[in-house]
Structures are given as structure tokens and as C-alpha cells.
Write a protein of this length. Sequence first.
Length: 288
Amino acid sequence: MNKVVLITGASSGIGLETAKLFQAKNWKVAATMRAPEQAAELSNIVDIECFRLDVTDVDSIKSTMADTLAKFGRIDAVVNNAGFAVVGPFEAVTPEQIEQQMQTNVYGAMNVCREILPYFREQKRGVIVNVASMGGRITFPLYSIYHASKWALEGFSEGLQYEVRQFGKRMAEDHARANEQLKSVASAHHVSVPASLDRRHEREMNKLSQLIGGDFDRAYMSRMVSDHRKDVRAFRKRANAKTQTDVTRFAAATLPVLQSHLEMARATNDIAQAPKRTGDRQTGSTKP
């Protein structure tokens, strides 16, 4: 019997591509979103059923899970993908925007987990994937509210995994969003991300997990600037190659993204390297 996955936020981006990937792997897919009538691409794919679900509405979650069970007879995995980013200086963000960010990115994921856990406990199996972000491990300027939501999701997921382990369920966190922007650019230009780049990002994320704590901010951000600078040089060289291939076209399309990442890393590094204040004194100097 085919396994069944329920995916939130499946109307576009990561959710859309995840739905298509599971279907290609012979899963039945409950692709959920707030406006399923707009999901023309998914609604025409066999074994994918589109359902209306708003993660901020518990009744909507209950109803969609019931409809999924009625349609497919089971649920084996849930991918909590629904989310968005509030971007801008914190002092300009309204209380309503903060509330909406947390309701969707944090409370929404919690709502879905709360509703599926009793079912997974009864069947003694199940996997929950909470789509996090590199923004739940490191920070960038102008993303303070988004970072707050993703750090909260990281903490929730890491804590919950211990609670559900005894029932035979698994929690999986996605830390791979670091290269999702690169992949989306590549997809738009009908080329693939070189496998070596995928492996490199995977190694970097593993290193990142080990570096948390101590002088993480200063050590990691300094190295990140150096790495981004190397990436920009390497991709510029590839993009200017005389022979045009998928790799050179990918490099040309991705170069502006990498340059943007480099500028953001530089700005963040400047903040990380600034002397830290301790009371009325500042490291390396005396407050006038």
C-alpha cells in the first residue's frame, strides 16, 4: 500500500516541489493550502489531492486531516512547510505583523503537530518534518522577526523529539534552506544545482551545528564572509567561461544571488566583530 504524506503550504515554493517529489516516489499526497482552487498544477497530477487548510485555524486542520484519512485511509508523514517572512527593520514592524508571523511560522506548526500526534501514537509510527531555516541557526539584518519565529520552531522541534521518541515517532528538522534560493534560480533557468555544491552546503550545515556556542558569532561570520567571497569569484569565473554548459548558465543566473549573500554576510560580520559591552565597560576600551 502506498504511503501518504500531508504537506502544508503546498501552493508554491518548497511545498509545491515537495508534493511533486513525494508523488514521483510513489506516495499519495495530501497537498494543503489556503486556496486549493488556485493549485492548477497540482490538481492535475495523479495521486495528489488538494485540500483547504489554514494552519492558524484548528478546525480547518481537524477537517483536512479527516478528509485526508477518508480519501487515502492513512497518514504516514506530515511536512510542516507553511510559512513566510516579515522583512524590514524591527522598529517599523507593527504588532499585527509580528502576531501574523508567529501565528503562521510557530503556532501553525504547533497546531498541526498537536492534531496529528494522537493519530501517530495510535498507529505507533509516523514522521513529522518541520521545515526550519538557516535563519533558525544564524541571523541577518532586517530579518529579526523571521529569525525569532524560526529559532522558536527549532527549539520546539528539538524538544518535541524527546517526547515522541517513546511512541516510535520521529521528528525531522530541515536545515537545508541555505541553498533553496540557489535551487529556485537554477530551476527557473532549467538547469540543475551541481551535486558538488549540494554536498558542500550539507557539510557547511553540519559544521554550523557543531560551531554553535562559544565564539560562534565572531568565528563563523568571519569565515562566512571569506567563503562567500570565494563563491562569488568561482561563480564569476564559471559564468564567463567561453563554452556554455548547464553549469555556466547556472553560475551566471546564481551570481547576483551570491553577491547579495556576500553583502549581507559582510554587514552581519561587522555587527558580530564589534566590541561587546559588559555593564558600563566595553571590551578593548573604556566607555567615555
